[in-house]
Unconditional design. Sequence first.
Length: 218
Amino acid sequence: MNDLLQRLSRVDACAVSDALDKLALPGAVSGMQRYSTDRRISGRVITVKLERDDGRPAASRHLSTTAVDGATPGEIIVVEQRTGIDAAGWGGNLSLGAKLAGVAGVIVEGSTRDVDEARGYDFPVFARAHTTRTARGRIVETGTNVPIVVGDVEVAPGDYVVADGSGVVFVTQADIARVLATAEAIAERERTMVMALNDGMRISQVMDRTYETMLKKS
């Protein structure tokens, strides 16, 4: 694991989101649910784009299997399923295959299914919603490692992501170094505040005026 990935694994989604705010960068996605584990995941992104099955030429393999087979251990698969069709962009066999391939988790802009299976495999799945309805005959894969959109964030292959109980946050390759440095400083400030509270300082003192301005753009 390289230094950037190690550092990313030590900060949570809120610290990274705060860093993006301070640097006036996009990347935070709200409304994603963590379905199958309680773990935070972080890593580099492999993307999958799904679209309505309208008879157009599409991948001949089952959706997301190209991404699973091509994944480097520790990477995170991010699936765009924004068709509006109630159909799962991820399922149980994919969860098992991804876990065995060393994939760190999956994030679905859309619905997932077979949640109990993913929980049994201890494989992290984040998604916008859940469903029982299959993708077969409804949606198809039209690209692997292509630009996609999650929430209102444009995501490219090789970008970085952190996902936990609070939400999902993406960081571009170009911005990762400065976002991490900012997130680490914010996380250290938060740790100092926690220590002060545990030492008996009043919350009104800990949450002083400087806290309100700590994300002011530099």
